[in-house]
Design a protein around this ligand. Structure first.
Ligand code: ZN
Ligand code: ZN
Length: 406
């Protein structure tokens, strides 16, 4: 194998392949309605951002496990086969509580809610995770090296654990007989993603179902769930999807009169969140999306953009160890601006044209930087401003990519 290449990056195309297989199978079964264009774009955009951030942070997470183990581990645990089994069970138990508290404490729910916003349920939802959730998870998983499991054992188990949950996000796999009594299956996880009253706060486990049975949160799937959160998010904005609940907590703290109320806004459960806060923030901060008829050209442009960001992410992940800082900064900016751009296009925001122009200057700026040509950058900037001023580019752009009102 070539040195310096980060082969774990290949996980991204592997997961995309499974998403493609699931979509092809759904079409074959005449169930392509299980996929909604806007949701899939949103899910993938959030997943790309998480993978991108993971590139920068995963080494820090791993070094935390090594430091906790080196300085604080309680027991000396060998790598005998039975300790691997105990570690798998311990990881699943830690996951259960990490996940359950992620639903029961507002500040943790603010990170995990993003995973639940999707009103579809397919493999693209598995990608819908943010880096904030990974940070919280790192805190919980540090319990394992603290107990005395060596990081060399913990890290591969965490990867297997994370990989398993991808396959529980599908509507195409029915009930799996006796396996339903042992493992978390797609059926169990469908219940977890449901917004229906009888399914709320159930099936928190990741691999094994018995923690839910033990702690009283198990529920069998009896009818097809309605997916999503109880108050659906009325936006495809990349930024809003990531940060709306933090904004709600902030507003709730601000509105609270006593310290007890402020504490409860941050550390209490989502059931204490004032339901009037979200609509208030939506009126203030969100653009009211017009009812529109999507153009195929618009969809093609979004697919092209998301494919390009995934290709950029893959190349950067593969060669991350040998890239210089300016290349990393330029690629990261290009990916993030494109993701915001995709969300803004779905929202039909009028300022998207200016974001497109800004994005255009990221590769230009990068090239001018590596060739030490600031004068070329200024020339290019002036030339673009003149073109935009003379020609009706903005009007043309809107006519090409904005959807027509119904
Ligand atoms: Zn959850
Ligand atoms: Zn899930």
């Amino acid at each position: 194998m070539a040195e310096g290449i980060n082969y774990t990056a290949l996980m991204v195309p592997a997961l995309l392949l499974f998403m493609g297989i699931e979509y092809a199978y759904a079409r074959h079964k005449k169930k392509s309605s299980y996929f909604k264009f806007e949701s899939s774009i949103s899910n993938l955009s959030i997943g790309v951002a998480e993978r991108l951030m993971d590139l920068f942070f995963s080494a820090s997470f791993y070094s935390i496990y090594y430091a906790v183990y080196k300085y604080y581990h309680v027991f000396d645990i060998s790598n005998s086969w039975y300790w691997w089994i105990i570690l798998l069970l311990a990881t699943d138990l830690v996951w259960y509580w990490y996940h359950r508290l992620g639903h029961e404490i507002n500040i943790l729910w603010a990170a995990h809610i993003v995973h639940h916003q999707s009103e579809e349920f397919n493999y693209t939802v598995a990608a819908r995770i943010t880096i904030f959730q990974a940070v919280v998870r790192c805190g919980f998983w540090s319990i394992l090296p603290l107990l005395g499991f060596p990081p060399g054992m913990v890290i591969p188990i965490l990867l297997v654990h994370g990989g398993y949950s991808f396959f529980t996000h599908t509507r195409l796999v029915g009930k799996l007989g006796f396996i339903e009594n042992i493992l978390i299956t797609p059926s169990h996880h469908r219940v977890h993603h449901a917004a229906d009253e009888e399914y709320l706060d159930k099936n928190y486990g990741d691999i094994f179902i018995f923690w839910d049975v033990l702690f009283g949160t198990f529920k069998r799937e009896e009818k097809e769930p309605t997916y999503g959160i109880t108050h659906p998010l009325k936006s495809n904005s990349f930024i809003w999807q990531h940060f709306h609940y933090y904004a709600e907590i902030w507003a709730a703290v601000h509105k609270s009169k006593t310290w007890k109320e402020k504490f409860r806004a941050v550390f209490g459960g989502p059931e204490y969140m004032n339901p009037n806060i979200r609509p208030l923030l939506e009126r203030k901060l969100l653009y009211k999306q017009p009812k529109v008829k999507p153009k195929n050209r618009f969809k093609a442009y979004l697919v092209y953009q998301i494919t390009l960001t995934m290709a950029a992410l893959l190349v950067m992940s593969l060669f991350y160890n040998s890239l210089d800082i300016p290349s990393i900064i330029a690629t990261t900016l290009l990916i993030l601006v494109t993701l915001v751009n995709c969300g803004a296009l779905l929202e039909q925001r009028r300022w998207i044209f200016y974001l497109e122009i800004t994005r255009f200057f990221i590769p230009i700026g990068y090239l001018c930087y590596i060739y030490s040509a600031p004068a070329s950058f200024v020339t290019c900037l002036l030339f673009t401003l003149i073109i935009v001023a003379i020609f009706p580019l903005k009007k043309w752009y809107h006519s090409q990519l904005f959807q027509t009102a119904q």
